[in-house]
Unconditional design. Sequence first.
Length: 543
Amino acid sequence: MTEAPILEIEDLHVSFNRGEREVKAVQGANLVVRPGEIAALVGESGSGKSVTALSAMRLLPYPLAWHPKGSIRFKGEEILSAPEDRVRALRGDRMSMIFQEPLTSLNPLQGIGRQVAESVVLHRPVSAAAARERVVELFELVGLREQIARMDALPHEFSGGQQQRVMIAMALANTPDLLIADEPTTAVDVTIQAQILKLLQELQARLGMAVLFITHDLGIVRRIANRAYVMCQGRIVEEGVLPDVFRAPRHDYTRHLLASEPKGTPEPASASAPEIMACKNLKVWFPIKRGVIRRVVGHVKAVDGVTLSVREGHTLGIVGESGSGKSTLGRALLRLERSEGEVAFRGRAIEALRAKALRPLRREMQIVFQDPFGSLSPRLSVGQIVEEGLLVHGQGGDADARRQLIGQALTEVGLDPETQDRYPHEFSGGQRQRIAIARALVLKPKFVVLDEPTSALDVSVQAQIVELLRELQKKHRLAYLFISHDLRVVRAMAHEIAVLRQGRVVEHGPAADIFARPREPYTRALIAAAIELKADESGAVAM
């Protein structure tokens, strides 16, 4: 006899606002999660995945959000109409949730041990000593044994993977029947991603939980889920057991997702192209200060003796785990970070230039950041954002001429030039990243640092941005420093790869050679983690 479901969502509708301003976020969703099952809810940003999950926990901003119709039952008990105190008793006890961004979900002013203990004492009448014992058990359970002595440390003192493990410990504090994981691996690199997924699988098997795993990454769905629900524009358009959904997708949207992963390799680039950016023995060391007088007792060697170069029309991919020094290296090349060693732009030494002398060169050296929403001012229109660089460098002529240039830049990145009077919040994540690229391109740069420009985007949008960047490089002969932990995207973009570990380049060479014949154990581990995540049910690798 089939066990009764842990979670049943039936004909769920979720709206925000009312009347003419009503936004129908979820429309008639049906979903079931059974005991001991990992069900994946997959779809692109804005499809309604997180809204559905937050509805199950009654965490939406009521009354702004409301449910025109539908039912959510947890172990047969109706959630939507239950009293608030009953839902509060279930939440964090019998059903728990892991959120996407651990650092923003954790209290920055409270030690991690205390935060995990809080989950215990809210639902169990235990002493402080017993709660602390439970925290130690949880830390051992989620692989944080070495951090037990640091339980009083604040969240920012831990890596992204460690922060996510703390979030998992909090969610498991009371051994829930249902665990909802909302994109828990999006913000971590590929090796940490593999570790977190393995941990969740092991914990689910050991504790017998039901898991609802929300993601836009089809590779994760292939690996972790027993059943998949595909969501599009607030509706579940396909559902079924794995691997059937991937072997024979029935809906066009599912086929679209499967076909949208970044593919291919960049067009060959001339080996004799002029060198645009180079560094030799580059170092960025951050001092460690201790004591009352803040004496320097050591250094964090974020970048430690790096030598590399990027040629016109070439892309140098920088890969490595979080904390390996990738972003610091990019900022140091642009002279946005103090450094030692030689830095040359188009053959001219720039490491000793003062800000005033460096400013004219900055027009030709640009950067596109990881988070498109965080890097765009919410107070400025799109036109003002793209125009800012023109004003700083005295480019573009009068206001009308600048507006025309802005329109051209937006058109070039695939946006309607008439949207330049709108604001960033009115655009999707992929559109905001196109705006960030337009802001860099309007100045006609020679060298662009792309710092994880696709990691915050859906897989289909990633493919679009990769294709756009390749087209722009071909058209303008741009030199890219492409920083990423996603090896699928690196393979699609990079001509050469430099592998960073603890601030040092441990392997460097043509991308094809490194993917085919990695020499260093660390490089092999990175590629193996990516292959493990992207392998389909037959063992073929989707990279």
